[in-house]
Design a protein around this ligand. Structure first.
Ligand SMILES: C[S@@+](CC[C@H](N)C(=O)[O-])C[C@H]1O[C@@H](n2cnc3c(N)ncnc32)[C@H](O)[C@@H]1O
Length: 311
């Protein structure tokens, strides 16, 4: 693949990410969503001593790895980050505590959206596929054409937070079989009230829902985040970039929970809860207006950062 990182995907919040991962400048960073490697390339150029283990579910991303001895990119799901770190690196068996930084830049890359045959885009005609990698057994088209109406409504409501989920599910079932992305987008556009057609593309939330369900994205996030935090050494940091509230809620809850210490009522002579914080919450970052102007896909991004504290 001869694409540069920018034609594959323009990294979001790259500067803040590089800055926040500075404590790992001479250690190991796991880039769990390698994509076009934009963040990894920025880290490599800022920190000459860094080593990067990249992970991506998509073989296209793995094929896009830079030719640099400091980087090793593997095909996999970041939900298995602990196993992957163990398998790929010759570290002592006690893997937890070896990693200086983790980056998860969630969702899909521009390369995936812009490749019509991948079926992620409601603007480009392609099969309704949306599988991020060959490990995903069922395509979005299978869900669209095979779920019953109640299951579709629930999926669109839960993963798209779409208030017109009922109307959309009903219209999809009536129009089946639906063979391509733009035909599906048209069915959705015709199902929603006219006012909803004016607030962004009417198929956006349904496509998001189908993509999340197809790839079990939220399960991967919950599992991967917990394992990534376990892997960090004290002082190591995790940066997670989310693009919608379902992702950000999981990240926020995990960090707030990890950063919560003793929860005993004040005045107890000794701690009875046994809790101690494993994380320090370093806050949230959003793209500047100039980044949004240069890269409109960054508009919804939120990066949360936390630091592992000694047990
Ligand atoms: C937003 S892009 C990352 C872009 C990258 N940071 C860059 O600058 O080029 C998200 C990438 O994560 C991958 N991905 C999403 N969920 C994943 C998962 N659970 N495990 C591994 N890779 C995943 C996608 O295939 C996609 O390539």
């Amino acid at each position: 693949m001869d694409q540069t990182s920018n034609s594959y995907h323009q990294p979001v919040l790259a500067e803040a990410c590089v800055e926040m991962l500075a404590p790992a400048a001479s250690g190991l960073i796991v880039d769990g969503t390698f994509g076009g490697g934009g963040h990894s390339r920025a880290l490599l150029s800022a920190y000459p001593q860094v080593r990067i283990l990249g992970i991506d579910r998509d073989p296209d991303a793995v094929a896009n790895a830079p030719d640099d001895p400091r980087v090793h990119v593997v095909l996999g799901n970041f939900s298995e980050i602990e196993r992957i770190v163990r398998d790929e690196l010759e570290f002592p068996p006690d893997v937890p505590g070896t990693v200086g930084g983790v980056l998860l830049d969630l969702g899909i890359s521009s390369h995936q959206v812009d490749t019509a045959e991948r079926g992620f885009s409601y603007r480009r005609t392609g099969p309704i596929d949306m599988r991020m990698g060959s490990d995903v057994p069922v395509s979005a088209g299978d869900l669209v054409n095979e779920l019953d109406e109640a299951e579709l409504r629930e999926l669109i409501h839960r993963y798209g937070e779409e208030r017109h989920a009922g109307r959309i599910a009903h219209a999809i079932v009536a129009a089946r079989p639906i063979h391509d992305t733009t035909a599906l987008a048209e069915v959705i556009a015709n199902a929603v009230p006219a006012a909803a057609r004016r607030a962004g593309h009417p198929a956006r939330k349904t496509f998001q829902a189908l993509r999340i369900a197809t790839n079990a994205e939220l399960d991967a996030l919950s599992t991967g985040l917990a394992s990534a935090i376990d892997l960090l050494r004290p002082g190591g940091r995790i940066c997670v970039i989310s693009y919608h509230s379902l992702e950000d809620r999981i990240v926020k809850r995990t960090i707030v929970h990890g950063a919560t210490g003793c929860i005993c009522p004040p005045g107890l002579p000794v701690c009875g809860c046994g809790r101690s914080a494993s994380l320090r919450n370093l806050g949230r970052f959003k793209p500047s207006e100039s980044e949004i102007a240069a890269n409109p896909r960054s508009r919804s991004a939120v990066m949360r950062v936390a630091e592992k504290v000694a047990a």
